[in-house]
Design a protein around this ligand. Structure first.
Ligand code: SF4
Length: 218
């Protein structure tokens, strides 16, 4: 079932604007990625199918997951995410540079609201709606084991609330609530827009994963 979902995501071409963007980006990489064979397809989720912690991001970065083919791999958001997961015991290493780099996750699964890189990191409502099928399919499989969901940013927060069938309180970093027996703990997205401007500091960020660890246990 997981393999089928991953194959469907990788083969999906439902959003013409995103398909064009993911492929255009791959055709003209910046000098630092010259020679890379970009993934340039929908990016499947990554992690432990028995996850107790589910992280829901926004979308692949054009030169991050759209290049490497793995969630949060090869960009600065991923540097923050995997370092935090390593420091709180969910990952076996703090780096995530490419598929086949030895990274494994234990007890955590990582998905995104939209699976193809959007221009300016802004998916359209119609694209979010089209891609919801994959989030729902993953949630159906993860539902028995997941105890805590961490949505990264407001769009993921709204998507998670919808999945759980609730009208969520206003989004904010560190906001938490429970629905269907699952705790939701919201976080700002670790994008450069947030980390470089000081909107999200490392201590605020790591606190989210420390809290999830306390709730879930070792
Ligand atoms: S964003 Fe989702 S629905 Fe749209 S083309 Fe990519 S995988 Fe398909």
């Amino acid at each position: 079932m997981w393999a089928e979902i991953a194959e469907e995501i990788a083969a999906c071409r439902l959003c013409p604007r995103l398909v064009a963007h993911r492929e255009a980006v791959a055709a003209k990489p910046p000098p630092r990625f010259a020679g890379w064979a970009y993934w340039a397809k929908g990016v499947p989720g990554f992690g432990d199918p028995q996850a107790r912690l589910w992280i829901v991001g926004l979308a692949p970065a054009a030169h991050g997951a759209n290049r490497t083919g793995r969630m949060f791999t090869g960009d600065s958001s991923g540097d923050w995410l995997y370092r935090a997961l390593y420091e709180t015991g969910w990952a076996n290493q703090p780096q995530s540079t490419h598929r086949g780099d030895g990274l494994t996750l234990r007890g955590v699964y990582i998905s995104a609201v939209v699976r193809c890189a959007p221009p300016a990191n802004r998916p359209l409502p119609s694209e979010i709606a089209a891609c919801r099928r994959f989030l729902e399919a993953e949630w159906a499989l993860l539902r028995p084991s997941v105890q805590v969901i961490v949505p990264l940013g407001q769009i993921a927060y709204v998507a998670v609330a919808r999945l759980l069938g609730v009208k969520a309180p206003r989004f904010g970093h560190g906001i938490s609530w429970t629905a269907q027996g699952v705790r939701v703990l919201a976080s700002y997205h670790p994008s450069q827009q947030n980390t470089r401007t000081g909107r999200l500091h490392w201590e605020q960020w790591i606190a989210v994963f420390r809290q999830a660890r306390v709730w879930i246990g070792p």
